[in-house]
Design a protein around this ligand. Structure first.
Ligand code: NAD
Length: 354
C-alpha cells in the first residue's frame, strides 16, 4: 500500500511512520512543512529506509499537493498536519485558521481531483483519513455522559474550533462529492517525542531543571490520556478498516486531573532517585498554581466503544505504565529535547526530498 501522511514530522505522525515502516512493507510519503513543531530528528531511525520519502511541503500549496498526488499515487491519505497547541491558538489564531481550515480544504480539493481520475477499482479502494481531536465536542461536566460520535460539536478555543471546521469540511466532501473519507477524534496523547510545550514533557523537563511547574487554576481539569502508540494502532485500524463516511472516537478510559498528572510525574522522578537540582527537597514543591487560561474546558472524556466493537481496537497501555515509559524515554534521550530547547533541531534537513 502507498500511504501519504501529512504532518509526519510531528509527535503523532512520526510515531505512525516509525510504526508502519517497522511493521509492514507499505510505502510512505511524508508531507510536512516543518513548522516549529516539525522535527526530522523524530524520524532519524527511518531515514534512508527504502520505502520512506519526505517532502517539505505546505498543505496549503495546491500545486505542490497536486504534484505529490500524481507522482506518489497514494491508496490512503492520513491527514495529521495541523497547528495543535491550544495556548498558541489563543495568542495567535490566524495560523490555525490557515493550516487547519484552509490547509484541510486544499488537501480535500486536490484529493478529490486525484480520486476522480482513478480507475474504478482504485477509486473504490482509496481513503482519506482525517485525524482530529475530542476537543471539538467542548466541555463535559463531572457527571456528564462521555463523548460519543453523536455528541454535538461545541468547541471552545480557536484550536478546537478550527479542527471542528476541518471535520465539517471532510464530511461535506464525502456528502457532496462522494470522496471516501473516514474520521477519528482522539483524546489527549502522550509519549516519547512529544514537543516540550505540551503538558507532560513541559512539566517533566521543568522539574528536571528545578523550574516552577505552572498548573492552571486549581489543576482540577480532567483529560482522558492515551499513549501515542495506542493511538497509532487505532489510526491504522480506522484508515484501513473503518467504514467509509464514519467517525471513530479514540480514547484510553484514563481520566486524570491535570494536578494528578503533574504529581505523578514528580512521584516517578522521586522514585528514580536522580540527583535533584540544588536546594530542592521534593519535586512537587515546584508546583505553582497560575491563573486559569480563558475558555479552559473542565473535562474531556471519550466513549471509544464504537472502534472497540467494530474494529477490535482497545488501548493496551495504562496511564501509570505509559507515563513511566515516557519519563524514562525523556531521561534517556536528552539530546532529542535539548536540540529543541536550543533551537538546533530547526537546522536538521535529514529527509530524503521527494
Ligand atoms: P504536532 O504539532 O506535534 O505536529 C503537527 C505537524 O504538522 C508538524 O510536524 C508540523 O510541521 C506539521 N504542519 C503544521 N502546519 C503544516 C502545514 N501547513 N503543512 C504541512 N505540515 C504542517 O501535532 P500532533 O500532536 O502530532 O497532532 C497531529 C494531529 O493529531 C493534529 O491534527 C491534531 O489535531 C491531532 N490530535 C492530536 C492530539 C494530541 O494529544 N497531540 C490528540 C488528538 C488529535
Amino acid at each position: 500500500m502507498r500511504i501519504l501522511v501529512t504532518g509526519g514530522a510531528g509527535f503523532i505522525g512520526s510515531a505512525l511512520i516509525r510504526h508502519v515502516l517497522q511493521t509492514s512493507d507499505h510505502h510512505i510519503l511524508n508531507v510536512d512543512v516543518l513548522s516549529y513543531a516539525g522535527n526530522l530528528g523524530s524520524l532519524a531511525q527511518v531515514q534512508g529506509h527504502p520505502n520512506y520519502t519526505f517532502s517539505q511541503t505546505n498543505i496549503c500549496d495546491a500545486t505542490q499537493i497536486a504534484m505529490h498526488l500524481q507522482q506518489f499515487r497514494p491508496d490512503i491519505i492520513i491527514h495529521l498536519a495541523a497547528e495543535s497547541h491550544v495556548d498558541r491558538s489563543i495568542d495567535g489564531p490566524a495560523q490555525f485558521i490557515q493550516t487547519n481550515i484552509v490547509g484541510t480544504y486544499t488537501l480535500l480539493e486536490q484529493s478529490r481531483q486525484y480520486w476522480e481520475g482513478l480507475s474504478s477499482q482504485n477509486k473504490q479502494n482509496f481513503r482519506f483519513h482525517h485525524v482530529s481531536t475530542d476537543e471539538v465536542y467542548g466541555d463535559l461536566g463531572r457527571t456528564d455522559a462521555l463523548f460519543t460520535e453523536m455528541t454535538a460539536y461545541n468547541p471552545s478555543s480557536p484550536y478546537s474550533a478550527s479542527k471542528a471546521s476541518s471535520d465539517h469540511l471532510v464530511r461535506a466532501w464525502h456528502r457532496s462529492y462522494g470522496l471516501p473519507v473516514v474520521l477519528s477524534n482522539c483524546s489527549n496523547n502522550y509519549g516519547p517525542y512529544q514537543f516540550p510545550e505540551k503538558l507532560i514533557p513541559h512539566m517533566l523537563l521543568s522539574a528536571l531543571k528545578g523550574q516552577p511547574l505552572p498548573v492552571y487554576g486549581a489543576g482540577d481539569q480532567v483529560r482522558d490520556w492515551l499513549y501515542v502508540d495506542d493511538h497509532v494502532r487505532a489510526l491504522i485500524a480506522v484508515a484501513t478498516r473503518g467504514r467509509i463516511g464514519e467517525t471513530y472516537n479514540i480514547g484510553g478510559k484514563q481520566e486524570k486531573k491535570n494536578l494528578d498528572v503533574v504529581q505523578a510525574i514528580c512521584s516517578i522522578l522521586e522514585e528514580l532517585h536522580l540527583g535533584k537540582p540544588a536546594g530542592l527537597a521534593r519535586y512537587s514543591d515546584l508546583i505553582t498554581f497560575v491563573e486559569d487560561r480563558p475558555g479552559h474546558d473542565q473535562r474531556y472524556a471519550i466513549d471509544a466503544s464504537k472502534i472497540t466493537t467494530e474494529l477490535g481496537w482497545q488501548a493496551q497501555e495504562s496511564f501509570e505504565t505509559g507515563l513511566r515509559k515516557t519519563v524514562l524515554w525523556y531521561l534517556e534521550n536528552t539530546s532529542w529535547w535539548e536540540r529543541i530547547l536550543n533551537g538546533a533541531y530547526r537546522l536538521d534537513r535529514l529527509g530524503k526530498q521527494a
